[in-house]
Design a binder for this molecule. Structure first.
Ligand code: F6R
Length: 609
């Protein structure tokens, strides 16, 4: 989704803004722009396309030069991607960048047109710029008053970076729903959609809350509430390092992040293990509290929802507690049967996914307790949940989630072990044993990563396919969902995941020699069943790629290609088995020449529903 940066200080603002926007590229965008004070005049440069297109345009038409400004990467919502619709947008003396959606923009636009205002673009953002200017003029040039009045009129979600032509040394910012932070430097200050945009300049930041207005100058950043009172903000220090948000010699962020998985697991689980047993007390989870939950719901989107699917199998098997897994956009509009005595687990890498955030709010309203598993520190979901487990994957830049999924499932395992122990479904010895098996997974993943050429060979067999099927049973089905999503989102090859036993009920009619099947068979008790399903598709001409374990081998010729996994306990298999699926997706995309880290039409952080 859209990315925002703002800067005021001593450095070349254009350079700082462009660097910041480059760090936000991963969020997904289709156009970009900046507005910089050149002496006392606001100079705007914007362009449809990538940041490189904007840089090229500035090379030809002149680069704004100054020490204060705002920048934006746009992911189109109102109005197609075009130069005109790109941000920044102006209205009189006001220039703004915006992330979010203004739901009542039509009413506001009609009001402004009646007041004689003329619009250049189709965007809801221009309406906000014009409204700000309208109130600015009405309030005799007081920017904060104009912002407060505007804010009261706006319905929807927004993070806004604002500059006023009459205040060339100031950047203003406000937000509701959409994220925005204020970065605090030495003689320079920033605004940004997330910390990755400013890490190379400062690690200090404030989290801006809804109803707060930040006023930045070179000297400092003041935050006011709607009654013009100064708010004392807590200074946060980012524990992410700038190198974590860089490629570090890898061809793509996705490949780097796949390789970071062993370390991400260690960082996430080690602080939550004490004397060989899970201990989630610092996250607000105690054995006594766990005993109060009758039912568990996991609500999330995309890959995070797939992590929830793994969690369901593991929790139900070990702790014997019923788990529903829901897609957040369905859950929030379905009048879900959730209430007191229920635990709702929200999983989210960004902590800003609009549907997941609303699902969390709805669950709280219905009387359920909420537990969030979140990677981005200080994000909205992290702030609003009752209990919180941070995953420590560090910044995930590639749009396709890999290491965040890995730590989400690692946390689901720890949670399931602790719950099963609390419920008396496993004893301490078994809990200790399972925990130690989980602790060994990083080495096993490293072993797989050392043999990634096999995934490359498999990928070379897939690139000519128009469509693919992933099949599996039980935990392998949950994994198939993730494998299939990963492949289609970055390689653009159509693919579906299917419960292997369900094929015969319709889908098998799709099988031809042109539809490869990736079968995941890591579960010993289901192995023969899955092999039977593989034989069924093989008999109908499909090329079969089998991801399975070393100690269970099918007869010769059942699979055309095989990825053999190191030995592992069945229950923990998803931790290792997802790695070849990620690698196969990655190499297929590379061989197809797609934009691996920033696949078309996708955004990393989906802050609109
Ligand atoms: C796919 C992917 C998405 C996200 C989904 C939820 O690779 O990354 O499906 O998992 O958009 O995002 P978060 O986890 O930020 O809530």
């Amino acid at each position: 989704m859209c990315g925002i940066v703002g800067y005021v200080g001593k450095q070349d603002a254009t350079e700082v803004l462009m660097n910041g926007l480059a760090r936000l590229e991963y969020r997904g965008y289709d156009s970009a722009g900046i507005a910089v004070f050149e002496n006392e005049t606001i100079k705007v440069a914007k362009s449809k396309g990538r940041l490189a297109d904007l840089a090229e345009k500035m090379k030809q038409e002149g680069k704004p030069s100054g020490h204060a400004g705002i920048g934006h990467t746009r992911w189109a919502t109102h109005g197609e991607p075009s130069d005109v619709n790109s941000h920044p947008h102006g209205g009189g003396t006001v220039t703004i960048v915006h992330n979010g959606i203004i739901e009542n923009y039509k009413v506001l636009k009609d009001f402004l047109i009646k007041k004689g205002r003329v619009f250049e673009s189709e965007t809801d953002t221009e309406v906000v710029a014009q409204l700000l200017d309208y109130y600015y003029v009405e309030n005799h040039g007081n920017p904060v008053e104009a912002i407060v009045k505007t804010l009261k009129d706006l319905e929807g979600s927004y993070a806004l970076g604002v500059i006023f032509a009459d205040f060339p040394d100031r950047v203003f910012a406000l937000r509701k729903e959409s994220p925005l932070i204020v970065g605090i430097g030495e003689g320079e200050n920033f605004i940004a959609s997330d910390v990755t945009a400013i890490l190379q300049y400062t690690k200090k930041y404030y989290l801006l809350e809804a109803g707060e207005i930040a006023v930045l100058s070179k000297q400092g950043a003041a935050v006011y509430d709607l009654h013009y009172q100064k708010v004392q903000k807590e200074l946060k220090i980012a524990d992410w390092d700038v190198s974590e948000a860089e490629k570090g010699g890898y061809a793509h962020y996705m490949l780097k992040e796949i390789h970071e998985q062993p370390e991400s697991i260690r960082k996430t689980i080690t602080p939550r293990i004490e004397n060989g047993l899970p201990n989630l007390e610092e996250c607000g989870i105690t054995p006594e509290k766990l005993l109060t939950f009758r039912k568990i719901h996991v609500v999330a989107c995309g890959t995070a929802m797939h992590a929830g699917m793994v969690g369901k199998y593991v929790i139900e098997k070990l702790a014997k507690v019923s788990v529903n897994v829901d897609i957040a956009s369905e859950f929030r509009y379905r009048e879900p049967l959730v209430g007191e005595g229920d635990l709702v687990i929200i999983i989210s890498q960004s902590g800003e996914t609009a549907d997941s955030l609303e699902a969390l709010r709805l669950s709280k309203k219905l009387g359920a307790k909420t537990l969030a598993i979140v990677n981005a520190k200080g994000s909205s979901i992290a702030r609003e949940t009752d209990m919180l487990i941070y995953t420590h994957a560090g910044p995930e830049i590639a749009v396709a989630s890999t290491k965040a999924y890995m730590v989400q499932i690692a946390v689901m395992y720890l949670f399931a072990f602790e719950l099963a122990l609390a419920k008396g479904q496993i004893d301490e010895t078994e809990c200790r044993r399972l925990t130690s098996v989980l602790q060994e997974t990083p080495e096993k993943i490293a072993e797989i990563l050392a043999n990634k050429e096999k995934a490359q060979m498999i990928a070379s067999e897939l690139i000519t396919a128009d469509s693919l099927l992933y099949i599996g049973r039980g935990l392998d089905y949950a994994l198939s969902m993730e494998g299939s999503l990963k492949l289609k989102e970055i390689s653009y090859i159509h693919s579906e995941s299917y419960a292997a036993g369900e094929l015969k009920h319709g889908t098998i009619s799709l099988i031809t020699e042109n539809m490869p099947v990736i079968a995941v068979a890591t579960q010993r008790n289901l192995f023969e069943k899955t092999i039977s399903n593989i034989k069924e598709v093989k008999a109908r001409g499909a090329k079969v790629i089998l991801v399975s374990r070393a100690d269970y081998q099918p007869e010769k010729d059942v699979a055309d290609m095989q990825f053999i996994l190191p030995d592992e306990e069945d229950l923990l298999m998803p931790m290792t088995a997802v790695v070849p699926l990620q690698l196969i997706a990655y190499y297929t995309a590379v061989l197809k020449g797609t934009d691996v880290d920033k696949p078309r039409n996708l955004a990393k952080s989906v802050t609109v529903e």
